[in-house]
Design a protein around this ligand. Structure first.
Ligand SMILES: N[C@@H](CCC[C@H](N)C(=O)O)C(=O)O
Length: 261
């Protein structure tokens, strides 16, 4: 087996990218996907993304977590896939593509960041200690005092399994860091560990901070462990619309998969 692959990262959330327009990738093989994402015996990544043909838009995004399961929307992965589509010559600086949560529009800005439209959010559940919302993937958002010292892998796993069971949720811990700026660390389901950044996660944090009146701005900066992202949005009658996730992406290497597992 000889299969070209590319590796991208967006604020430290890293992905194996495969151009699957000719349908050569073994899509149903979970074990193979988790092997490729394994950081010791495989390539290593938080997830694997296939770029496929789509009849309605420029391309289709098919996303797998590093455990090999196909999952819900990945914001950083979507941004990286837009950069990959431009690299492949499929698009120029604007695009629409289909993903598991519907159609997304995106633009590559003059400073080379990818601005990705996320789905509208209509249901924000505000609880005394946390907020829960779905920004394409499910997210628990919780304020903490000493984010730097928090054992995110341990505390995230406790909540992910304890509160949300087998289906799970991603868990975001947040600390305000100035006007309209928040520090975020995320435990990702499907990676079952802390990742350096989560795009749907920081989007959820920005909306949750606005909903709970910790910011009144509709443009919020988020400091993830792997870099800075911005989220813009408009308030709608029943939630949020025109939600955009903005940040850098980078191709870090390309190679060839030469074995099965
Ligand atoms: N890293 C992603 C989120 C990927 C999906 C998540 N692990 C899940 O299964 O819900 C992002 O950037 O949004």
């Amino acid at each position: 087996m000889q299969l070209p692959f590319y590796k991208y990262q967006g604020t430290g959330n890293d992905f194996i990218m495969v151009d699957n327009r000719e349908e050569s990738f073994p899509v149903g093989d979970m074990e193979y996907i988790s092997f490729l994402c394994d950081r010791r015996i495989g390539i290593g990544a938080d997830g694997l993304i296939l770029l496929e043909n789509d009849s309605e838009t420029d391309f289709k995004m098919v996303y797998f977590n590093s455990d090999g399961n196909q999952s819900s929307m990945c914001g950083n992965g979507g941004r990286c896939l837009v950069a990959f589509a431009r690299y492949l010559g499929i698009i120029q600086n604007t695009t629409t593509f289909n993903a598991i949560d519907g159609m997304h529009a995106a633009t590559i800005t003059d400073d080379n960041r990818v601005k990705l439209q996320m789905r509208d959010v209509t249901d924000v559940k505000e609880k005394p200690d946390y907020t829960f919302l779905d920004t394409g993937s499910p997210h628990h958002v919780q304020l903490v005092d000493n984010l730097k010292m928090l054992d995110v892998a341990k505390e995230g796993a406790k909540l992910r399994y304890g509160m949300y069971g087998q289906q799970g949720s991603n868990i975001n811990f947040v600390e305000p860091n100035g006007a309209n700026i928040f520090k975020v660390r995320t435990y990702e389901r499907g990676v079952e560990d802390e990742t350096l950044s989560c795009g749907t996660g920081v989007t959820a944090v920005a909306l949750a901070m606005h909903h709970t009146k910790r910011t009144d701005s509709n443009r919020v900066r988020l400091h993830a462990e792997g870099g800075e992202l911005e989220v813009e949005f408009e308030v709608a009658t029943n939630g949020y619309k025109n939600v955009f996730l903005i940040g850098p992406t980078k191709m870090v290497f390309k190679g060839e998969i030469v074995c099965k597992n």
